[in-house]
Design a binder for this molecule. Structure first.
Ligand SMILES: *[C@@H]1O[C@H](CO)[C@@H](O)[C@H](O)[C@H]1NC(C)=O
Ligand SMILES: *[C@@H]1O[C@H](CO)[C@@H](O)[C@H](O)[C@H]1NC(C)=O
Ligand SMILES: *[C@@H]1O[C@H](CO)[C@@H](O)[C@H](O)[C@H]1NC(C)=O
Ligand SMILES: *[C@@H]1O[C@H](CO)[C@@H](O)[C@H](O)[C@H]1NC(C)=O
Length: 500
């Protein structure tokens, strides 16, 4: 359930974050026509090629995808620069749209384009590529990832260049670079290298901010917020990983236009915790008061299953749309729990935060449901259903209902619309059949009843209550045929006879 919730929000957050980096991609495509450095792979030679490389990056793309087209010249340029790197870093691409490559794409769990994967050890380990998308950025990122997972710190300069201000950096301090602790640290660094920077040293005095003496092997995690650094000495790999993941989350995550905050925002939305989000205008007078009171509350609930985020109105348009919030409700707090239920308090004052979160925690607040208003006039052939009328129209009506979940921007939905219209017209004289549609971007859908992963999604509920997803053909005939076969011959047939 939790993954569903974050998945839904994910594209939005991702697109908010990526938007900036994508815009920067220059149009200066210097496509060297002579030699292509990016290898073209397909199902026939993929494994063979990958098995020959210690480090290879594969782009799964589709020819029609705009972001892929933007990436292509940058990727090619990066490949040409990296071709002379030692050890070599090879870039490759697979057209995941080709039928013959679809199995390969699904093996790598490709859900969108472009998706880049880093394959190590002849393909034995696979990582997500989380780096930039312009040539210089790609080169720098891949040079780093193809090097050793942790950098040795030998001087104060080494330390200060690694421990830059806005990142999480994990440093291992060891009396010598051997032994089980060191090996476990290195294993952790190899595993988490794309999310954090790692360094190791024999001399803790080289590290900033930490004059305190260190005895024995120690992990010191530096962070640009809260207590600034934390030490840890349990070297079980799992314990280390848990320590790093937990200590690298701010007590309160900030969501604004500062890209340095974006990795923490992603972390926030990926967390299995309930998510509290306070939205307000960061330029408003009350910002400081809100911030400090919110921080106190977050500290109080640390480790108790709620994560906290504070969002600037300026950056939060997408979130407002997603959650069905309105600007005149600001300052507002919303909590989304792992079942996708939402709890909302609009027009909040700083002193309301603590008592309201307590009420939530005590189970005394009713969930909030995003819904368009129930339409006053609903006399088109295809009926409009909203979250607030779903129960009545679909479940309590005692009718056979075909319900479409759509999104206003979805092309397949637009294609289907006139067909559904015709289907609805053909049932117009049949009072026991309803054809309906629900805008799934403007209404919350009960996710325990409907599994809507893409648009359009169609469900059919028979008069007796049998609910099933419709995945048959999308022609008028297919749909009518399905409804006729699956509808219940209704209970009021008798009364119909009476009327005749
Ligand atoms: C893999 O096969 C495809 C299709 O035959 C070909 O175009 C491509 O050059 C091959 N790639 C390599 C690295 O051999
Ligand atoms: C290293 O990690 C392994 C696996 O978690 C664990 O069994 C071992 O005890 C760890 N070594 C030390 C010194 O903590
Ligand atoms: C936030 O507040 C500032 C100062 O009061 C104001 O100028 C700005 O328009 C506000 N921003 C939004 C998005 O309401
Ligand atoms: C409910 O619908 C499913 C799928 O169409 C069908 O297999 C099943 O027989 C139906 N059950 C009843 C009680 O009609």
């Amino acid at each position: 359930m939790a993954s569903r919730v974050s998945l839904w929000f994910f594209p939005l957050v991702l697109s908010l974050i990526l938007a900036s980096s994508l815009v920067e991609i220059s149009a200066s495509s210097e496509e060297g026509e002579s030699k292509e450095f990016v290898l073209t792979l397909d199902h026939s030679n993929f494994s063979d090629t990958v098995s020959k490389h210690n480090f290879i990056v594969v782009e799964f793309y589709a020819p029609w995808c705009g972001h892929c087209k933007k990436l292509a010249p940058e990727f090619e340029k990066a490949a040409s620069i990296l071709s002379s790197h030692d050890p070599p870093v090879v870039l490759a691409k697979v057209d995941a749209n080709e039928d013959v490559n679809k199995e390969l794409a699904s093996e790598f769990d490709i859900k969108g384009f472009p998706t880049l994967k880093i394959l190590r050890n002849g393909g034995k380990t696979v990582e997500e590529y989380k780096g930039p998308r312009e040539a210089d950025g790609i080169v720098a990122y891949l040079k780093k990832l193809s090097g050793p997972p942790s950098t040795e710190i030998k001087s104060v300069e080494d330390a200060s260049s690694l421990i830059a201000d806005k990142k999480i950096v994990v440093i291992g301090v060891f009396p010598e670079f051997s032994g089980e602790e060191f090996l476990n640290f290195t294993a952790l660094a190899a595993k988490l290298r794309s999310d954090y920077d790692f360094g190791h040293t024999v001399d803790a005095k080289l590290l900033p901010r930490g004059e305190s003496s260190v005895t024995g092997p120690t992990i010191r995690l530096f962070k640009p917020f809260d207590e600034l650094f934390v030490d840890f000495q349990d070297f079980h790999v799992d314990a280390l990983e848990k320590f790093v993941e937990e200590s690298s989350v701010p007590i309160v995550t900030t969501f604004n236009n500062d890209p340095n905050n974006h990795p923490f925002v992603l972390k926030f939305f990926n967390s299995p915790n309930a998510k509290a989000m306070l939205f307000l205008n960061f330029s408003g007078e009350l910002h400081d008061d809100f911030k400090s009171k919110y921080h106190d509350v977050a500290e109080q609930y640390r480790g108790k299953g709620i994560s906290f985020l504070i969002g600037d109105l300026e950056a939060s348009q997408g979130a407002f749309q997603y959650f069905g919030l309105k600007e005149d409700q600001v300052p507002l707090i919303v909590i989304q729990n792992s079942d996708g239920q939402k709890y909302l308090k609009p027009n909040l004052e700083p002193d309301h935060i603590a008592p309201w979160v307590k009420e939530y925690k005590d189970g005394n607040i009713l969930p909030f449901r995003k819904s368009e208003p129930i339409p006053e006039v609903n006399n088109e052939p295809v009926k409009v259903v909203v979250a607030d009328s779903l129960q009545d129209v679909v479940f309590n009506s005692g009718k056979n209902v075909l319900l479409e979940f759509y999104a206003p921007w979805c092309g397949h939905c637009k294609k289907l619309a006139p067909i559904l219209d015709e289907v609805a017209v053909s049932f117009e004289s049949d009072a026991d059949v309803i054809i309906a549609k629900l805008d799934a971007t403007a209404n919350d859908i009960p996710s325990d009843t409907f599994d809507v992963k893409g648009y359009p999604t169609l469900y059919f509920k028979s008069a007796s209550g049998n609910l099933s997803q419709y995945d048959g053909g999308r022609t008028k005939e297919d749909i009518i045929d399905f409804i006729q076969k699956n509808r219940d011959k209704t209970t009021h047939q008798d009364s119909e006879k009476d009327e005749l």
